[in-house]
Design a protein. Structure first.
Ligand SMILES: [Zn+2]
Length: 131
């Protein structure tokens, strides 16, 4: 299962970041998933539930932020949200090769209990976790 290995990578990344900041427990992990990333949100959520056991993520929730497909048209210059995967400009009908968003698979932020954090505010943990 594709999402299981993604969840494992996600937890490893969070653990590494938490270790750098002596964080013992993570409250929530927010991820951004693009519509074209090929990742199914609810499958990732259930996989995360399996792999978080025994890690700093054991008590953490997974918040998923869906990122829509946005394209820039090389012909008329319009930027549009495109739910289809055809990548056609709805304004002039031209196919676009410029994808602005939609392939994301990244950690947006990691929220920790401040009392567990020995050296850093949760903001800096979140900043470091960007991939
Ligand atoms: Zn156009």
């Amino acid at each position: 299962m594709h999402e299981l290995s993604i969840a494992q990578n996600l937890v490893q990344l969070v653990e590494a970041t938490a270790a750098e900041h002596q964080v013992m427990a993570v409250r929530s992990v927010r991820v951004r998933i693009g519509a074209l990333s090929g990742v199914v949100g609810f499958a990732l959520e259930s996989a995360f539930g399996l792999v978080r056991e025994g890690t700093v993520c054991a008590g953490a929730s997974l918040d998923i932020e869906d990122v829509p497909v946005r394209i820039a048209c090389p012909n008329c210059g319009s930027v549009t949200v495109n739910d289809l995967t055809f990548m056609l400009c709805p304004n002039c009908g031209r196919a676009s090769s410029e994808l602005l968003s939609g392939r994301e698979l990244e950690i947006a932020s990691i929220e920790v209990d401040e009392s567990d954090c020995g050296c850093a505010a949760s903001e800096s943990v979140a900043a470091l976790a960007r991939c």
